[in-house]
Design a protein around this ligand. Structure first.
Ligand code: NAD
Ligand code: ZN
Length: 361
């Protein structure tokens, strides 16, 4: 049953959210109307909320926020075959052209025409109803909740980072940054068979959380000394960490902070011939220790979102190989979206993943 209520969380200016009624979207023959039930708040939503811009994307018109979502199918276009009314689905938020070289090569995350939810000019998923094409929807099986379904999006980033890193059984993996993405990268590395997962952060509470979540060792990094150049700090921390590891570097290091010091450490701490994987989004230009890259043949790999991860993520959740539930620390009803975003900005009370629950039909 589709009613007239399409309450939506709309960003209208920096730190200014309005709850607005949006038109009920039309569905084309291959589209599905979804009653969105759960949406996680991601760092990029918070970034847009605060600054109305991120990387090259500028919010010039009011935009619906949210892209980590799951919901229930309420209507289907007449050509839809993959899902039916009543199915619970995880929503892959980036819809690509399906015909360009990247799409055809199976690297659709690099499609230049991708329309990604809550990235201008594409509206996000924090609405009662959205229309989404069936090939970017994935049925959530019995035994997996909508809340877990909404976490498949950030889990996908971690799974794809681990895939890019080529993590193998018994590997030592070092993850820099214990936010949701770093933690889910740890979970994906564990599922890929890594035997030693080390996570580093500046914030003790984040490491405390990581202690109980897919990491074997937690390193509390001290902050740089006053006036200490980034690369000197990165070398000093790396020397310390190599000592902690008994003189070894990690098979792969995955940066989930974007901070220049951590990107430098990612290179410095990767073993000879290993992969240094960059997930974090920080300053667009950063200085790297290039002699370490050539002299020790370190492969630098960028990660841009993910591709082909949803079916595997669902299977991992269903089989219990990955548990995303502990990450959900707070929930807000959609009417309290403003409070939810304020909470995410402040990051207080041990917040890891804050989800917005839509209790409208
Ligand atoms: P988050 O801000 O919640 O977590 C980042 C963590 O890194 C925090 O715990 C913070 O304390 C830690 N950190 C920050 N600076 C540090 C430093 N100098 N040294 C050590 N630790 C430091 O963010 P998140 O949601 O977990 O996302 C992590 C990063 O991944 C962000 O930069 C985000 O933009 C990026 N991201 C990238 C992609 C992609 O496609 N490449 C996708 C999603 C997120
Ligand atoms: Zn394409």
């Amino acid at each position: 049953m589709v009613d007239k209520n399409n309450i939506s969380t709309v960003l209208v200016g920096p730190e200014k959210i309005e709850m607005r009624q949006m038109p009920i979207p039309e569905i084309g023959p291959f589209d599905v109307l979804i009653n969105v039930k759960v949406t996680g708040i991601c760092g990029s939503d918070v970034h847009f909320y605060k600054h109305c811009r991120m990387m090259d994307f500028q919010v010039t018109e009011p935009i619906v926020l949210g892209h980590e979502s799951a919901g229930v199918v309420v209507a289907t276009g007449d050509q839809v075959t993959r899902v039916k009314t009543g199915d619970r689905v995880a929503i892959e938020p980036g819809v690509t052209c399906r015909t360009c070289d990247m799409c055809k090569a199976g690297m659709y995350n690099l499609c230049p025409d991708c329309q990604f939810r809550a990235t201008p000019p594409t509206d996000g998923t924090l609405s009662n109803y959205i229309s989404h094409p069936e090939d970017f929807l994935f049925k959530i099986p019995d035994g997996v909740s909508l809340e877990e379904g909404a976490l498949i999006e950030p889990l996908s980033v971690g799974m794809y980072a681990v895939e890019r890193a080529n993590v193998k059984p018994a590997d030592t993996v070092l993850v820099l940054g214990a936010g949701p993405v770093g933690l889910l990268t740890c979970a994906a590395a564990r599922a890929a068979g890594a035997s030693e997962i080390i996570v580093a952060d500046l914030v003790p509470s984040r490491l405390e959380f990581a202690k109980a979540y897919n990491s074997d060792a937690q390193l509390l990094l001290e902050r740089p000394q006053k006036g200490e150049p980034n690369i000197e700090y990165a070398r000093r921390m790396s020397t310390h960490i190599i000592k902690e590891l008994g003189g070894r570097r990690a098979d792969t290091v995955i940066d989930c902070t974007g901070a220049e010091t951590c990107v430098q450490m990612t290179v410095l701490l990767t073993k000879n011939g290993g992969s240094a994987v960059l997930v974090g989004l920080g300053a667009s230009t950063q200085t790297l220790p290039v002699a370490e890259i050539t002299g020790r043949q370190v492969d630098i790999k960028g990660v841009f979102r993910y591709c082909n991860t949803y079916p595997r993520a669902i299977s991992m959740l269903k089989k219990g190989h990955i548990d995303v539930k502990p990450l959900i620390t707070h929930k807000y009803p959609i009417a309290k979206s403003k409070e939810a975003f304020l909470h995410a900005v402040e990051g207080r009370d041990g917040a890891i993943k804050i989800q917005i629950i839509n209790d409208h039909v």
